[in-house]
Design a protein around this ligand. Structure first.
Ligand SMILES: Cc1cc2nc3c(=O)[nH]c(=O)nc-3n(C[C@H](O)[C@H](O)[C@H](O)COP(=O)(O)OP(=O)(O)OC[C@H]3O[C@@H](n4cnc5c(N)ncnc54)[C@H](O)[C@@H]3O)c2cc1C
Length: 466
């Protein structure tokens, strides 16, 4: 029986453990902070649970447009809606802990051994040394293969030190009992923009400090422009081309100093400055495992590192830092090592979503790659404001965009901006991964009325008459 040890129990680690056990291996997972990892305990799951409340708040503000009013118990019109952040955060944390414990039970039921503690690779790669959390004792675990899935953590700067109360990393926001009166979010990448949108919808005043000329510099430019427009219309103060120099706190006031000398004051600040990999202290260099200049582990398309028998998956390898890609890379590693059929990772097929209001979902090649000439393709965008279902639901912002090969009409990418774009991207992702053409999408029935009708309509407009 092959022996596999996995260091890190996030999606990269626990999904790999399940596959390895299914394929007949004897599996041990060494995990430091709780099964499910940061994805479940501090990042993905808590943020999306918070956003679920923010989204409902946003929907409820639309109620008036759809003919709904609120009344208080005396029958008088009620106009104020507020979020009880203590309750919201209690729910967030309970849900995260329950999911972590579900994952732990699932692994245990499948006979996977869980060691709670910190792991490192011994210079002889056949051993992982685990320092147990309960008693500090060390245990050497013999292996035939090791998977490193230790994740990443928030980047902090010496000039902007989190205090856990008012200057916060994204892991610390769930301890807030009161809604911040003025949240300053530093960083306009996905994490920063998601929190900025969430607190805006929850009722905070929000200032977003963005070093670029528009939010979400890595995303589809049309989508980012729509989002920025919506956020500004809703009252968010977006400081573009503004670089943070320092963040300090004096009593209840947080001051963000910008490099051009301006200062912004607020009640709280979230630092969303990117992630650094958890790759120190693991004995990687001694084991001959190559890292890139950012400290991320270099891997190939089947998750192999430069050391024989050592694989790596997830955020500690950089690239697309998503729970879904971490899980896929972990599964691929185990299939490769245990001799099962392997489909190497193809990042062109990754569907990703920005959970703002509206959401932005993308898959495949991007408009930027088409515009730069990197790929030859046609793109077409159709705004949702003409879609009958969108009109009925009071949705005015958003669009569907398809990217297809000019000759064959094969769909190679797409973008959806709108409510629940994360759900609407799936048929486009399916088209990209299976090579469907615009005609095949156009000829597939959609429900009338539906937002997905717009996807079919874009496909129809991309049809070429020979
Ligand atoms: C705010 C935020 C929101 C996000 N939202 C989404 C989303 O909506 N969708 C999505 O797909 N992705 C999302 N992500 C990204 C997602 O959370 C990560 O990509 C995912 O957590 C990566 O999984 P992982 O297994 O590589 O690492 P992690 O989830 O970080 O797990 C790593 C585990 O390894 C453990 N560990 C580390 N070092 C050691 C050691 N030496 N010994 C033992 N254990 C160790 C850690 O304690 C942790 O339990 C979000 C990220 C952030 C920051």
């Amino acid at each position: 029986m092959a022996r596999v040890t996995i260091i890190g129990g996030g999606p990269g680690g626990y999904e790999a453990a399940l596959v390895a056990q299914q394929l007949g291996a004897e599996v041990t997972v060494v995990d430091r902070d709780g099964l499910g990892g940061s994805a479940v305990l501090t990042d993905c799951v808590p943020s999306k649970t918070l956003i679920a409340t923010a989204e409902l708040m946003s929907d409820m503000t639309l109620a008036r447009d759809l003919g709904i009013h609120f009344r208080d118990h005396q029958g008088d019109p009620a106009t104020e809606l507020y979020a009880d952040l203590e309750l919201v955060n209690k729910r967030v944390k309970l849900l995260a802990l329950a999911q972590s414990s579900d994952i732990e039970s699932r692994l245990a039921r499948r006979g996977i051994r869980i060691v709670k503690g910190t792991g490192r690779i011994d210079a002889d790669k056949r051993q992982v040394v685990a320092t147990r959390a309960e008693d500090g004792g060390e245990e050497a675990i013999e292996n035939d293969a090791v998977l490193i899935a230790t994740g990443a953590r928030p980047r902090v700067l010496p000039t902007a030190q989190p205090d856990g109360e008012r200057i916060l990393t994204w892991e610390q926001v769930y301890d807030l009992d009161d809604l911040p009166s003025h949240m300053i979010v530093v960083g306009s990448g996905v994490t920063g923009v998601e929190f900025a949108s969430a607190y805006l919808n929850l009722g905070s005043q929000v200032t977003l400090v963005s070093s670029r000329d528009r939010v979400l510099p890595g995303e589809d430019a049309d989508a980012a422009t729509v989002l920025q427009d919506v956020l500004e219309r809703q009252g968010m103060n977006i400081l573009s081309k503004s670089r943070m120099e320092s963040v300090t706190r004096s009593g209840d006031v947080v001051t963000v100093k910008l490099t051009d000398g301006r200062e912004v004051t607020g009640s709280h600040c979230i630092l969303a400055l990117g992630s650094i990999p958890n790759t120190e202290g693991l004995g990687l260099e001694d084991a001959g495992i190559e890292l890139d200049e950012g400290g991320f582990i270099r891997t190939d398309k089947v998750s192999r590192t430069s050391a024989y028998g050592v694989y790596a998956a997830g955020d500690c390898t950089g690239g697309f830092m998503l729970a879904s890609t971490a899980a896929m890379a972990g599964r691929i590693a185990m299939r490769h090592f245990l001799g099962d059929a392997v489909i190497p990772m193809d990042l062109k097929e990754v569907a990703a979503n920005v959970f703002t209001s509206p959401e932005i979902a993308t898959v495949g090649y991007s408009q930027a790659q088409v515009d730069s000439g990197e790929v030859v393709a046609e793109t077409l965008r159709l705004d949702l404001k003409g879609n009958p279902r969108a009109k009925m639901q009071g949705i005015s912002d958003g669009f569907v965009k398809l990217i297809s090969r000019p000759g064959t009409g094969v769909v190679i990418g797409g973008v959806v901006v709108g409510p629940r774009a994360s759900e609407l991207i799936h048929p486009i992702a399916l088209a990209v991964s299976t090579g469907l053409t615009v005609d095949q999408i156009a000829n597939t029935f959609t429900v009338y009325p539906s937002i997905s009708g717009s996807t079919a309509e874009v496909a129809r407009r991309l049809h070429h008459v020979e």
